[in-house]
Write a protein that binds this ligand. Structure first.
Ligand SMILES: [Zn+2]
Length: 92
């Protein structure tokens, strides 16, 4: 019973991380698209430099977020695994 509840918590946590990962990707791409269209400068920083900052922020957020809720190891970028490739815990 406790194991089933633990597994449900892991699956819920993975779903939340997946939603956050979509939000990171979509928000970052929208920001880069806006920079490309408008060529905005912000505090004297050019659009290409701002786009690079957005990419670095997306990478940092992905490294923080895209982890197995059970073993906390980084999942493969761009994958949507059913089980963790490291510890074998069911994620979906
Ligand atoms: Zn794992």
């Amino acid at each position: 019973m406790a194991d089933e509840e633990h597994l449900r918590q892991i699956i819920r946590s993975f779903r939340r991380r997946l939603r956050q990962q979509y939000a990171i990707g979509l928000t970052g791409l929208a920001a880069i698209l806006c920079l490309a269209i408008t060529s905005t400068t912000l505090f004297g920083v050019s659009a290409p430099a701002l786009a690079l900052l957005v990419l670095l922020l997306m990478a940092a957020l992905t490294l923080w977020n895209w982890r197995c809720p059970a073993c906390n190891r980084l999942l493969r970028i761009g994958s949507k695994p059913v089980v963790c490739p490291h510890c074998g815990t069911q994620l979906r």
